[in-house]
Design a protein around this ligand. Sequence first.
Ligand code: FES
Length: 156
Amino acid sequence: MSRFHDEVQAIRARYPEGSRSAALPALRLAQEKHGWLSRQAIEETAEALDVTPAFCYSVATFYDMLHLEPVGKHTIDVCTNLPCALCGAQRVIEAFESELGIHAGETTEDGEITLRAVECLGGCGYATVVAVDDRYHHSVRAETVPEIVGGIDGGT
Ligand code: FES
């Protein structure tokens, strides 16, 4: 068996209620390994968990932090749900687009940064919320954007 399979078994052991509960951390592990979740990566994860690929795919499509297509080395996710929209999320996205020279949904030419508009990031009381990789920024305004980009390793 592969090292990935062994690592997934270690994750499964932490979830006595069953393999389905381990799907999210197992898919995150697969994403760390491959950079994104290709069909092959999802099938490999499903096999290691002994669940169907369709189940893993359903989990992967539910969570914004799981990528079903290639992304840059870093991801910038800007929440655009209502509370963040009311606090200027669109202006924040436009500031990132201007700073990075790309549109939301695109990756910089050097493959470093992907900018995305995403659903609620769970910090609605601190809108606008932006996630840079696994680090969350609260109360982001357009004026804050250059500092955030400058703080990214490899940022412009
Ligand atoms: S609406 Fe933006 S974090 Fe919830």
